[in-house]
Design a protein. Structure first.
Length: 115
């Protein structure tokens, strides 16, 4: 599975961005998906995810209430709507999808929150 992430950029604190992750194949083959981020000097962390392909969504405490994960099955695309962005949200954001026992990663997209 090839994943293409996009939508990062520079935004002021309090602003919004929407990240997209387009998959090269149908979501019918995917078991789970989510967004990770790696902040400067930190380990990669899970931000928001679908633990299965049902409707359940999970979020890290640090983004709960501000970020929303969604997907469009017809477009094979996953999204991360990020609102009320803070400087500490600055990171390289990665999308991830699991198919069977294999994990697939997109190239990171940089999000920088700064005035």
């Amino acid at each position: 599975v090839q994943l293409q992430a996009s939508g990062g950029g520079l935004v002021e604190p309090g602003g919004s961005l929407r990240l997209s992750c387009a998959a090269s194949e149908s979501f019918s083959n995917i078991n789970a998906m989510g967004w990770f981020r790696q902040r400067p000097g930190k380990e990669r962390e899970l931000v928001a995810w679908f633990p299965s392909m049902g409707g359940t969504k999970n979020y890290a405490d640090s983004v709960k209430g501000r970020f929303t994960i969604s997907r469009d099955n017809a477009k094979n695309t996953m999204y991360l709507q990020m609102n009320s962005l803070k400087p500490e949200d600055t990171a390289l954001y990665y999308c991830n999808m699991r198919k069977g026992w294999s994990n697939y990663w997109g190239r990171g997209t940089q999000v920088t929150v700064s005035s």
